[in-house]
Design a protein around this ligand. Structure first.
Ligand code: NAP
Length: 449
């Protein structure tokens, strides 16, 4: 990939890039099928992505007519890479096998290794014969909704498509690599004022938060809504808080340290709860929840904003869902996209039906929603929540940090980009938005640069 990188850094035109040969192999972060049982019997917390994620050369797959090769300048860690690397709740090779049975092109994905990663920013190198809107040289970000658009079920909301998959999690050839193969309908223009790593960290979490709160498929937040955001300085939460503020709502952010609370306040979120300092014990033991603790949490929210949350932005799952359903306002919505702390959920159904609350499920975003969320980034109305960047060789450490909840916002991974800070095309826009806003999460957290 050296020739490709040299050409990109030299500002090669699309025609020049199209003439640079595609190598036979590329560097990628993988988990191996023969290691899928390596953590059997260990508790989740002891399963270590640094042991299971490897950076190695893998073969470049053939390009299908509706796909593009993208030189990946930077990617990011998402929690799904943590799941893949600890082989929970199941090894992702099962997804690849199923995709492999689906079609001739799907067969390429079923390999003894899984190239992981569901975010990326880079440069288009080649497009397949059926690709119409993209060409070599285009600077892009990649969203992770992998959909077969020949399936009729994909043509209302593509997240409802029968064979909808998450790229780099349920498909192979993900973004934590120097090169990736994606469907052309995963491409979006790179926000011109951002660096490669700032551009690479958004699409998955930003689009997910957009659908959950703003798009017509989620909770459809309106002006004046109070929105309780769990993990409000994390990957999803950092975008959710911005959407609430942009949309005229009142965010109540929950975090677990004074430093995270400060970060949230600097973002404009005035109502902050430090769950660790408050010491909530929603579960008195493994099997029993404590409604008094739900009540205490609800009172703390009312003390801050004077009312109950119209929307609860849920993703921790088992540890918090009972409390989320309880504190949600009469007629309100708990919108959930995940269950980091356990997916067997328990809540008191009386609080749901008697007060006419709803639980709304949400998963990533369709192309239109991802495009809208990316457009808001490109306009400078939503900021990246990048805190730290690791080089690809340290991808295991980067995933470990997220697994152990030691990070804020997003951790990016430099793939081809030789240093941080490259890739800005619109310096004037960057200056108008301001470094302090764009780099808010970075300036608070550490980093390797
Ligand atoms: P993240 O960056 O790790 O943030 C999660 C936050 O959750 C942490 O910052 C932490 O904040 C909070 N948290 C952890 N344990 C908690 C607990 N016991 N109680 C309350 N809060 C807790 O991860 P993320 O990227 O935001 O993703 C969160 C989850 O959503 C993951 O499971 C991920 O797989 C999933 N996800 C799903 C989709 C989808 O499309 N379905 C998309 C993106 C992510 P504090 O410690 O500060 O409270």
């Amino acid at each position: 990939m050296n020739a490709v990188l040299d050409a990109i850094l030299a500002g090669a035109s699309g025609e020049e890039l199209a003439a640079v040969p595609i190598p036979e192999t590329y560097r990628a972060a993988v988990v191996r099928k023969d290691q899928a049982g390596m953590f059997e019997g260990l508790p989740s917390a002891d399963k270590d992505p640094r042991k299971s994620l490897h950076v190695e050369e893998v073969a470049v797959p053939e390009l299908a007519p509706d796909e593009a090769y993208v030189a990946v300048m930077a990617s990011a860690i998402n929690f799904n890479t943590v799941w893949t690397s600890i082989f929970e709740p199941m090894p992702t090779f099962q997804f690849l096998q199923r995709l492999g049975r689906e079609s001739v092109w799907g067969r390429r994905h079923d390999r003894p290794y899984h190239v992981v990663g569901s975010d990326g920013a880079g440069v288009v190198l080649r497009v397949g014969s059926a690709v119409r809107l993209w060409k070599p040289g285009d600077r892009v970000v990649i969203h992770c909704n992998h959909v077969d658009d020949q399936d009729p079920s994909a043509h209302d909301d593509s997240m409802l498509a029968a064979n909808q998959r998450i790229w780099g999690f349920e498909t192979n050839f993900g973004g934590l690599a120097d090169l990736t193969v994606v469907k052309a309908n995963q491409l979006m223009p790179k926000p011109a004022h951002l660096t490669w790593e700032e551009a690479a960290c958004n699409a998955l979490c930003n689009s997910t938060a957009y659908r959950m709160l703003v798009g017509r498929n989620g909770a459809q937040m309106k002006q004046g809504d109070v929105v309780l955001v769990w993990g409000a300085s994390g990957g999803l939460g950092g975008y959710a808080v911005q959407y609430v503020l942009n949309g005229g709502g009142t965010p109540v952010g929950v975090v677990s340290s004074p430093a995270k609370a400060d970060l949230l306040r600097s973002l404009g979120c005035e109502a902050v709860i430090d769950r660790r300092a408050a010491g909530y014990r929603f579960w008195s033991d493994e099997h029993t929840q404590d409604p008094d603790e739900w009540r205490r949490f609800g009172k703390d929210i009312r003390a801050l904003v004077g009312e109950d949350p119209n929307i609860v932005f849920e993703h921790p799952g088992r540890q918090t869902m009972g409390a989320s359903v309880f504190v949600c306002a009469r007629g309100g919505t708990v919108v959930t996209c995940a269950a980091t702390t356990g997916y067997q959920i328990e809540y008191d159904n009386r609080h749901l039906w008697m007060k006419l609350k709803s639980i709304k499920s949400s998963h990533f975003a369709n192309y239109k929603e991802a495009w809208e969320a990316n457009r808001l980034l490109a306009q400078g109305r939503i900021q990246p929540v990048l805190s730290t960047t690791f080089p690809l060789e340290q991808v295991g450490e980067a995933a470990y940090q997220v697994h152990r909840n030691r990070h804020e916002g997003k951790i990016a991974v430099r793939c081809l980009a030789p240093a941080d800070g490259l890739g800005i095309d619109d310096l004037a826009l960057r200056e108008r938005i301001g470094e302090s806003r764009i780099g808010r999460f970075r300036s608070r957290a550490g980093g390797d640069t």
